[in-house]
Ligand binder design. Sequence first.
Ligand SMILES: Cc1ncc(COP(=O)(O)O)c(C=O)c1O
Length: 381
Amino acid sequence: MRVEALSLEQLRERSSEKWREYPADVLPLFVAETDFPLAPEITRALERAVAIGDTGYVASRTPLPEAYAAFASRRLGWTPDPARMRPTADVSMGIVEILRRVIAPGDRVIVTPPVYPPFYELIAEAGAVVERVPLRDTGAGWELDLDGIRLALDAGARAVLLCNPHNPTGTVHSTASLTALAELAVQFGAAVVSDEIHAPLAQPGTGFVPFLSVSDAAREVGYAVVSASKAFNLAGLKCALMVTASEATARLVRALPVEVEWRTGQFGMLAAVAAFSPASDPWLDGLLVALDENRRLLAALLAEHLPEARYRIPDAGYLAWIDLTALEWGDNPSRRILRDAKVALHFGPAFGAEGAGHVRLNFGTSPTILTEAIERIAALR
Ligand SMILES: Cc1ncc(COP(=O)(O)O)c(C=O)c1O
């Protein structure tokens, strides 16, 4: 199925954050919402719910765990046990609630910057303190700094908040580094919370390795938090799943207050079941093709119009991490780009000190909008 982004005129009718934060002359490529129409199966599920007023609380038993298990088996190469999953309102909430239970107040939790900015706040919300172990730049890509993580765990850090695939670099972590991470966590008695929200968007050529699939050690220490919300653009509907794969971790998640589950959105649950169903596979395949074309188009546009920019094509998702240091537009080039080019990008420094001189660009849009954005930015040179 061919999946094509909507026109700017259609998109401006939307009222979500992406389309309301800035005035109409700004091209918004900042927040992680996408510009595609909904997958038809999701539209059908939501239209039906509206038609019959199915707008109450989410039920205590839903088809969602089975739907996700089947999706993971078809598309991610592993089959988690639906009995060891629990829904919650969003991935952020799942991360906070799990962290609260695996650490004591004041403990340190490792993050791997540059990383999704709210991670810093979620760790604080869970009562913990951020321990930074930046990703290693290998020259060809990024990887976990396992020596750094070992040192931090040895010095007392109690958990690792992993982002896989990684936001903002789009890195899919390798089986070898995830396996080694799990062994370190077992050795030091730490937990690993793996945010896998971008996993459905791993490009087929790269594949994706779910943390809980790599080893018994990973299943012993790991918690995955997953959602259909990034791939299918459902963030406003509020539904995610906490996934575990051992008796002890499943028990911890089952023991979370019922409110953690109760806040799941009914529309989010209905939409997620539709998203994870086989009927949505052709749409997701079409989306991956569109994103594959865009991640390459971006490389070509930068090479042609902004050759100072350094960008590595991501393995997954629709976020591009672009190093603009050579342009000498300061630590936060997105400010100048917003003011003078009227293109809204995410601020590099928000992702950690490593983000100085960088921007994050969301290419989950049409080739037309992407091209215009880069041409506007390049005109500032
Ligand atoms: C890595 C990552 N985690 C979590 C979120 C937020 O997810 P949610 O809205 O389900 O809390 C995002 C949103 O872009 C993200 O990129």
